[in-house]
Design a binder for this molecule. Structure first.
Ligand code: ZN
Length: 383
């Protein structure tokens, strides 16, 4: 409603609240800086009316996307627009103490560069490349993140900044950003991140489904039969990501010992070789699309999404990857599951993770219950 002609009487009729209640709420929101009063002519014409406008920069969020080889830190406003961001060359394998210390320093610098006072930092959102117990903000289970098991990421950052901190799996944040920005009208969406590893996120009935322990969508280590049994970095054999993950494809190309692929180490390197038309790399990524399609087809039958979005570094290979995914999903799923199914490449760029983190914070901050707490803490005199 923030773009509408938001007058007091419009708010009264929309909410059904009494005039004194609306007046009191508007006063409190103004005092907290969340809305601004202005006089202008409304669309219905007539005399200029007092219109209330949402002030998205009343609070900012600190948004963090911790990746395997680098970390993105940003500040965003309450409309989830990135105000400033920076990319840190920090490997998640450096461990939580080192990684979080660098993030804290970068976050403070970003806030200082935009002269954001401490009381205008509304919260922190963090994405991690591991299953996360969303309720506690702790990593759970095994992961590629040695030293992070059970680490209290939320406590660590809350102790530094004294604001609410929300920690989630990185693919859930990509899913959230893609859903809200690109497919807001869809209630059932599946997002596949095909990068160094492979993960997925689900929107079910309009909400992110995290599963009982935060491991929902962790499909990278599901076994896919019929494509060989290469060893995975988890220690098992034949996992989805050991067959179709960026790291595994890079390994496969190096094993050719043709000399052409000696320096291919990452998902990005693999995509570069595909784009330059290297035949072995192109064959490999088409196979990867089909293998990924096996897993996606199964999930499609299980969850009946309206939209499947393929993102992550390997998605930059475009149709080379997508052809196999489409082929398998349509041939392995029942017609009802694929009727009206849309399979698309992600439309967001590398900032999607931090934007997802911004949504996490703004959703929580603007939820009626929490907003009440923010307003009470701010107090009417704190404008
Ligand atoms: Zn595995």
């Amino acid at each position: 409603m923030d773009n509408a002609d938001c007058t007091r009487s419009a708010i009264e009729s929309l909410t059904g609240l009494s005039r004194p209640t609306v007046t009191e709420r508007l006063r409190t929101l103004s005092a907290a800086g969340l809305i601004h009063k202005t006089n202008r002519r409304v669309a219905s014409g007539g005399r200029p009316a007092t219109v209330y406008e949402f002030q998205p920069r009343a609070y900012v969020s600190l948004c963090v996307d911790i990746g395997e080889v680098h970390t993105r830190v940003a500040i965003a406003d309450l409309r989830n627009t990135i105000i400033e961001e920076t990319v840190l060359d920090q490997r998640v394998s450096d461990g939580p103490q080192a990684v979080l210390a660098t993030i804290i320093e970068a976050g403070r610098q970003l806030l200082a560069s935009r002269a954001v006072k401490g009381d205008r930092l509304g919260g922190i959102g963090v994405g991690l490349p591991a299953p996360v117990d969303f309720a506690t903000g702790r990593t759970v289970g095994w992961s590629i993140m040695s030293g992070w098991e059970g680490y209290e990421v939320r406590e660590h950052l809350a102790a530094e900044f004294d604001v609410p901190v929300f920690v989630d799996n990185d693919v859930n944040l990509l899913t959230l950003a893609e859903h809200r920005l690109v497919w807001p009208e869809e209630s059932h969406l599946m997002f596949i991140k095909a990068g160094t590893g492979i993960g997925s996120g689900f929107v079910v009935d309009g909400r992110i489904n995290r599963g009982s322990l935060g491991a929902a969508g962790d499909i990278g280590h599901a076994r896919i039969a019929g494509y060989g049994d290469p060893v995975c970095r988890c220690g098992n054999r034949g996992c989805l990501e050991a067959l179709a993950g960026g790291w595994a494809m890079a390994r496969e190309l190096r094993l050719l010992q043709s000399g052409e692929y000696d320096g291919v180490m990452t998902a990005r390197d693999v995509v570069s070789t595909v784009r330059r038309g290297a035949p072995e790399a192109m064959a490999l990524i088409r196979d990867a699309g089909r293998i990924l399609g096996e897993a996606v087809a199964f999930a499609t039958s299980l969850l009946n999404p309206a939209v499947i979005v393929i993102g992550g570094e390997l998605a930059r290979a475009g149709d080379q990857l997508m052809a196999g995914v489409r082929e398998l999903v349509y041939s392995r799923s029942l017609p009802l599951a694929t009727k009206d199914l849309n399979i698309s490449l992600s439309r967001l760029d590398e900032s999607a993770g931090v934007i997802g983190a911004a949504f996490l914070v703004s959703d929580a901050l603007l939820a009626p219950e929490r907003l009440d707490r923010v307003l009470r803490a701010t107090g009417p005199a704190a404008s």
